[in-house]
Write a protein that binds this ligand. Structure first.
Ligand code: HEM
Length: 328
């Protein structure tokens, strides 16, 4: 006779996808005990020299996980036979410093424990360290992901939201990957750091509609400042604005407070405030920093487990930008 408590444990176990069961926090305890130290040193030194790498790496991780899972497929370079995810237009602005910090960590790890630590795990750990260095929550990263055996540019479209994707479509995109609306809103709080290029929001400033060239949801002073900043954006494609102009490099809940002030930079940011399924989460997180921190931590822990490869579903790459066996 099975007792109610053991029945509950069996059901709980069955509800965890099989591959996630293979991940543990101490996966490399014996095979690479230096792992955490190497990641800490590499990420700290990058953060000191290029603080913007924190936001870049967080976005890199998000773009990796949304396309076929957190399997380092975004790190693969194209070759003459296959165009990789990295070359999709939405990934072209991912900053070189984010890729560089992963290469540095991998190089150091290959010297200490060759062929052991996957690039997918390095990216997950580096992201966690950057988030906490920027002032965000410290969360748990399970380890044991394998690196993907494929990366194709054609898999990207429709899996990563764009600035002008409608909120209904963004919700559908996240729900299709098993994320709730609340988790999507918490993850979007990542826009508390980093920046966006003018081309992502210039239409809201200069060409919103025939009768109203500037999106009236912007605070007038904010849109005036953005117009000055982006006046020359067509000639200078590097022009960019902070996602959170109040505390641009601090991982806090100011992003949600900004939305309520008409300072949501992207249309998708502003959409969180307008949509009936998301606006109460914006209110909650704008008011309650702890709720945001906790919910972001749980949501990114969940993101970091999505679509992971284990066993012979993947490999541990020797170099993060190339498969171990050349593919044609
Ligand atoms: C919900 C829908 C989302 C949309 C439509 C969106 C769109 C964008 C866009 C257009 C940019 C500007 C890119 C550029 O100009 O180079 C950006 C930046 C960024 N996004 Fe998102 N994003 C979303 C969600 C997320 C999530 C869930 C995360 C992470 C968990 C994230 C992390 C970031 C970060 C950190 C930056 C700044 C990058 C940097 O400074 O290098 N975004 N996002």
């Amino acid at each position: 006779m099975v007792s109610p408590s053991s029945l509950f444990l069996i059901l709980l176990f069955l509800s965890i996808p099989f591959s996630e069961c293979n991940l543990t926090t101490d996966y490399y305890k014996n095979s690479c005990p230096q792992l955490e130290n190497i990641i800490r040193e590499t990420v700290t030194s990058k953060y000191i020299s290029v603080p913007a790498a924190a936001a870049g790496t967080l976005r890199l991780f998000f773009h990796d996980c949304m396309v076929g899972g957190c399997d380092a497929s975004v790190l693969i370079s194209s070759n003459p036979f296959t165009k990789a995810e990295r070359d999709a237009d939405i990934n072209l602005a991912l900053p070189g410093d984010a890729f560089d910090v992963i290469v540095r960590a991998k190089t150091a790890l290959e010297l200490s424990c060759p062929g052991i630590v996957s690039c997918a795990d390095i990216l997950a750990l580096a992201t966690r360290n950057f988030v906490s260095m920027a002032g965000g929550p410290v969360y748990t990263v399970m380890l044991g992901r394998k690196d993907s055996l494929e990366s194709n540019i054609s898999s990207v479209e429709g899996n990563i939201p764009r600035a002008n994707t409608t909120m209904d479509e963004i919700i559908r995109m996240f729900e299709s990957k098993n994320f709730t609306v609340g988790e999507m809103v918490a993850l979007s709080g990542a826009h508390t750091i980093g920046f966006s290029h003018c081309k992502e929001f210039a239409y809201r400033l200069f060409g919103y509609s025939r009768s109203t060239p500037t999106d009236p949801s912007y605070h007038p002073k904010f849109s005036a400042a953005l117009k000055t900043l982006c006046a020359n954006y067509k000639n200078d494609s590097d022009m960019a604005a902070f996602n959170d102009p109040m505390t641009p490099s601090k991982f806090d809940n100011m992003y949600y407070q900004n939305l309520k002030r008409g300072m949501g930079l992207l249309e998708s940011d502003n959409g969180l405030l307008r949509h009936p399924r998301t606006n109460h989460f914006v209110d909650l997180y704008a008011f309650n920093q702890t709720a945001f921190s906790n919910d972001f931590a749980r949501a990114i822990e969940k993101l970091s487990l999505s679509g992971i490869k284990t066993g012979n579903q993947g490999e541990v790459r020797r170099k993060c930008d190339a498969f171990n066996t050349f593919q044609t």
